[in-house]
Every structure is written in structure tokens, then in C-alpha cells.
Design a protein around this ligand. Structure first.
Ligand code: ATP
Length: 226
């Protein structure tokens, strides 16, 4: 008998991607280096919970931009439209917990599922729908982001308590299905989609903020002009 088969590992990155930018790409690349996953699963939001403003680009444009942006990633990438489909059927926001439950059904009990987020999201994690149950389905891996703390003492107490007791090494995350946390504090990409949209609305060419293929798409489809 040969060595045991390596556990499958899937990185999950959800977001508005309105539009996708270098911060998203760097976040995925950071955990690709740490976890050497078998797949990156990109989940564009249909109607994202807690975003008070509407999204500027259509779901289909956001999907197409994500497809182009991640085509060059050095790992297999799946652009998963399940949240968009659910929202268009129900008209209601879809929760990350529902998404992770469905992903767990799809990927099976053994796959290591690592849900990625930036430090800004960690600060509000305790306000997510049934947030503690997220750990029943996935690991949560957080990367630093300029302007947002990763310091446990500065996070909401409920988040730091839950997060702190679950800290795992990349190897432990790679070798278990769910329930652990991981902080990558060396990411420092000061880019947001808000900043990209602002630049585009004001006639800027945000070449250093988004991949050239995404800028081409935006220009061809006249997105973010107003
Ligand atoms: P907006 O400016 O419209 O609020 P955003 O730039 O935060 O958007 P999202 O699509 O909402 O982008 O983010 C998706 C995920 O990527 C979130 O988990 C977010 O924390 C993370 N992320 C976005 N930008 C960065 C960045 N520069 N560094 C680290 N993580 C990031």
C-alpha cells in the first residue's frame, strides 16, 4: 500500500467583488502559500448581507471580472454562482452559514474547507447569522488588512474568545476538515473596491489596483461610470 491519500483542501473566498481587485488576489495567494490547497472557490455574493448600499455592477459582470482576475491563479479555480442563484430565486440575502453547509454537502465530510476573510470582516464576525456554527463546517482564515486590527485584545470579546481558542497551524488546518482558525498577519495590501470605484468614477485608471484584464472588461462594458 502507498502512503495515505492527502486530504483535499478547498479555499473559499466570498465577497461582493464589485469589482475584484489586487487585495482579493493577494488574500487568496497568501493562503495558497500557507495551505497548498487543491482548489480556490470564489463565491460572488448575490445580495450581500449588511451592505446597505446596492451593488454597482450586475452579478454577471462581477462573475465575469472574477473569472478573468483569477484565471492566472496558480491553483484550480471555480467561480461558484450558488449565492447569486439563491438570491435571484428567493430575492433574499444568502447567509455564509447556508453557503458553507451546502459546500460541506458537496465536498464531503473529510475535505478541509478554509473560509478566507480580511481583518475588516473579523471585527464584525459576531454579528453574522449564527456565526459560531460556521466552525461546524469550515476553518476560518483571516489575513491582515491596512486600517483593521488583528490584535485579539482589540477585537470584540466574543470574537477573540472564540477565535483564540481555535487557533491552529496551517498543517493542522490542512489535516482537519473544520473548526480551526488561522491568522496571517503579513498581508498589507491597501486596496478596497470602494477606492477602485471612486477612481473609475472620477476618470482615473486604477492600473495598480486591479488586473489589466479586469480594467479592460470594465472599460469595454462601461462599468462604474456613475
Ligand atoms: P468594498 O470596498 O465595496 O466594501 P472590499 O474591497 O472590502 O469591498 P469585498 O468584495 O467586500 O471587497 O471583500 C471580499 C473579501 O475580501 C472580504 O473578506 C474582505 O475582507 C477581503 N478583502 C478585500 N480587500 C482586501 C484587502 N485589501 N486585504 C485583505 N483582505 C481583503
Amino acid at each position: 500500500m502507498g502512503p495515505p491519500a492527502k486530504r483535499r483542501c478547498v479555499l473559499v473566498l466570498g465577497g461582493s467583488f464589485d469589482p475584484v481587485h489586487q487585495g482579493h488576489i493577494a488574500l487568496a495567494a497568501c493562503f495558497r502559500r500557507l495551505l497548498e490547497p487543491d482548489e480556490l472557490r470564489i463565491l460572488p455574493a448575490g445580495n450581500p448581507w449588511q451592505k446597505t448600499r446596492g451593488l454597482k455592477a450586475s452579478a454577471q459582470d462581477r462573475v465575469e471580472m472574477a473569472r478573468r482576475a483569477f484565471a492566472a491563479a496558480s491553483m484550480p479555480v471555480v467561480i461558484d454562482e450558488q449565492e447569486i442563484r439563491r438570491t435571484s430565486i428567493s430575492g433574499e440575502a444568502s447567509y455564509t452559514l447556508d453557503t458553507l453547509r451546502l459546500l460541506r454537502d458537496e465536498l464531503g465530510p473529510d475535505t478541509s474547507i478554509a473560509f478566507l476573510m480580511g481583518a475588516d470582516q473579523l471585527q464584525g464576525l459576531h454579528t453574522w447569522h449564527n456565526w459560531q456554527q460556521l466552525f461546524d463546517y469550515a476553518h476560518i482564515c483571516v489575513a491582515s488588512r491596512p486600517g483593521f486590527t488583528l490584535n485579539m485584545a482589540d477585537l470584540p470579546p466574543a470574537v477573540s474568545a472564540e477565535f483564540g481558542k481555535r487557533i491552529g497551524t496551517p498543517e493542522q488546518i490542512r489535516n482537519s476538515a473544520h473548526g480551526l482558525t488561522c491568522l496571517a498577519s503579513d498581508l498589507a495590501v491597501d486596496i478596497s473596491a470602494t477606492e477602485v470605484r471612486y477612481a473609475l468614477q472620477h476618470g482615473g485608471q486604477p492600473n495598480s489596483l486591479i488586473p489589466a484584464v479586469v480594467l479592460d472588461y470594465i472599460q469595454q462594458h462601461h462599468l462604474y461610470k456613475n
